[in-house]
Design a protein around this ligand. Structure first.
Ligand code: SAH
Length: 231
């Protein structure tokens, strides 16, 4: 979508899309395009596709985060969904978490060049930071791993009564069935399944969970263990 189409689509959804928001998204887009030439930041490179499949898609979470104090974006990569959400929610404290140093360096530059306040990048692994006490009301994960594993990376970072939001594709409901046990063990209760169709026809299934009980002792496990024996 063009810049104008993005603005219109956001307005239709009641997502803030004033001059400042659009100009920050466009600055971010040009940083992604430039950096993608020298490192593998995102497989989607066409600017119109980035606006739709990354920006618009990330911003579909706006209604679920707008009244929250703090959000952790696990495996943010090039910044999705954390950076677009930060751009439209100036009061939200956003922690952009990624295990890859080069991606963290990119996010740090984005924060600086866009002048984003209350946004921090943390370079590290979700399962280790959970044991160090990192927490927020909302924890998001998009294109990081299947839901079974993602639940163990994200739910421990979530405050009690907070939300874990898994951004999934058309197979979201199948993943949900496979993750039933993991969710039960880690205390994630499904509140809502939000199915959206992007203008190009791509289907997205966003799963919204409440953390209804504390993380049991011993979780999250080490990544090798999570991968070898997913819950
Ligand atoms: N959220 C991005 C996805 C980027 S790819 C998007 O929607 O485009 C997945 C990212 O997750 C990678 O950058 C990788 O470094 C990061 N990642 C994978 N496992 C992780 C872990 N356990 N802790 C933190 N980051 C992790």
């Amino acid at each position: 979508m063009t810049k104008e189409e993005l603005k219109q689509k956001l307005e239709e959804k009641g997502i803030p899309a004033d001059e400042e928001v659009i100009s920050k998204l466009e600055m971010y887009l040009s940083m992604i395009s430039d950096t993608n030439k020298v490192m593998n930041l995102t497989a989607i490179t066409d600017p119109e596709a980035i606006r739709e499949k990354h920006f618009y898609d990330s911003l579909l979470l706006y209604p679920y985060v707008k009244d929250t104090a703090a959000l952790i974006d696990v495996g943010t990569g090039a910044g999705f969904p954390g950076i677009p959400l930060k751009i439209v929610c100036p009061d939200l404290k956003v922690t952009l978490l990624d295990a890859t140093k080069k991606k963290c360096d990119f996010i740090q530059r984005v924060i600086k060049e866009l002048g984003l306040k209350k946004a921090e990048v943390v370079c590290g692994r979700a399962e280790e930071l959970a044991h160090k006490g990192m927490r927020a009301e909302i924890v998001t994960g998009r294109a990081v791993s299947n839901l079974r594993m993602l639940s163990e990376l994200c739910l421990p970072l979530c405050k009690m009564k907070g939300r874990f939001i898994a951004m999934k594709g058309p197979m979201g409901n199948e993943e949900l069935r496979e993750a039933e046990n993991a969710l039960q063990v880690l205390g994630g209760k499904l509140l809502e399944t939000v199915k959206e169709e992007l203008p190009s026809g791509d289907v997205r299934v966003n799963l919204i969970f409440e953390k209804y009980k504390p993380t049991p002792k011993g979780y999250p496990r080490r990544f090798a263990e999570i991968k070898k024996k997913p819950l």
